[in-house]
Write a protein that binds this ligand. Structure first.
Ligand SMILES: NC(=O)c1ccc[n+]([C@@H]2O[C@H](COP(=O)([O-])OP(=O)(O)OC[C@H]3O[C@@H](n4cnc5c(N)ncnc54)[C@H](O)[C@@H]3O)[C@@H](O)[C@H]2O)c1
Length: 265
């Protein structure tokens, strides 16, 4: 028995990184999938590897017409939509004073407008199904700040606001809306913004060891699986009492910091 047996999910940004892991985990748990991304070749390859349970659609999350095609495909192939995971996003790392209006609006278009359009697009079909679960992937940058990410972080704070407001409006249709705030993501997302495009693959794991030590060696990519498992819980009926909430997956990183020299266990 899969935890998503009988459910159809649309997941965005599945050509690589967290979205790819999400797609594979959801498929393992029995979901039918419509996978959307702007990277057609890689996106289609992921769907093909998953097999019969998955379809790929070219989906720019900031384009309303693309959403209609994705929802129509889910209805035609699998009969409806039960789950939406708004995962696709883009990053900008730039000094606060150098962010242009064009930079800012590009981030808003994908990271903020994208999830709104997605939720609006699935609403009629989720209503027809008499319920559903929407999972919006935010970030720990949506609960704190950091240098270099004013545009990105504010878009992720916005995702949490969007999540709560939508959950309050859609609750009467038995549609749940939650946000996941991961620390870990695909390190390649931020690598281009560092001089020399360094290998950052171990950074999420090192960062997340600051509070919660992991005595077992972590398999590469397993931090992304932790994020996918949270989304899986929220997509499934196991989380039926959860809506309008933030689910932080950060190994305690945003709780505060450990002050050396002060009494401690
Ligand atoms: N990378 C990190 O460190 C990190 C940390 C916390 C949260 N996140 C969040 O996790 C989610 C997944 O990011 P990731 O780390 O896997 O990065 P990623 O860059 O590997 O994946 C993002 C995916 O979204 C796709 N995409 C970009 N623009 C799109 C658009 N307009 N329409 C559809 N698809 C589009 C990309 O092609 C890519 O496949 C994002 O919401 C991101 O903000 C990332």
């Amino acid at each position: 028995m899969g935890r998503l047996d009988g459910k159809t999910a649309i997941i965005t940004g599945t050509a690589q990184g967290t979205g790819e892991v999400l797609a594979r985990v959801f498929a393992e748990e029995g979901a039918k999938l419509v996978l959307g991304d702007v990277q057609e070749e890689r996106g289609r390859a992921v769907a093909d590897e998953i097999g019969e349970a998955a379809r790929f659609v070219r989906l720019d999350v900031g384009a309303q017409g693309d959403w209609s095609r994705a929802v129509d495909l889910a209805v035609a192939e699998f009969g409806g939509v039960d789950v939406l995971v708004n995962n696709a996003a883009i990053l900008l790392m730039k000094s606060f004073d150098e962010i242009t209006p064009e930079d800012f609006l590009r981030i808003v278009q994908v990271n903020q407008l994208g999830p709104l359009l997605g939720m609006q697009a699935v609403l009629p079909v989720m209503k027809a199904r008499e319920g559903g679960s929407i999972v919006n992937i935010a970030s720990t940058d949506g609960i704190k700040g950091m240098n270099g990410v004013a545009a990105y972080a504010s878009s992720k704070w916005a995702v949490r606001g969007l999540t709560k407001s939508a959950a309050i409006e859609l609750g009467k249709y038995a549609i749940r809306v939650n946000a996941v705030c991961p620390e870990a993501g695909n390190p390649n997302m931020s690598a281009p913004f560092f001089p020399g495009n360094p290998d950052l693959s171990d950074v999420p794991h090192q960062m997340m060891q600051q509070i919660l030590k992991d005595p077992k060696p972590v398999v590469p990519g397993s931090r992304l699986r932790d994020v996918a498992n949270m989304a899986l819980f929220l997509a499934s009926d196991e989380s039926r009492s959860c809506t309008a909430a933030d689910f932080v997956v950060d190994a305690g990183l945003t709780a505060g910091w450990y002050q050396k020299g002060v009494p401690s266990a």
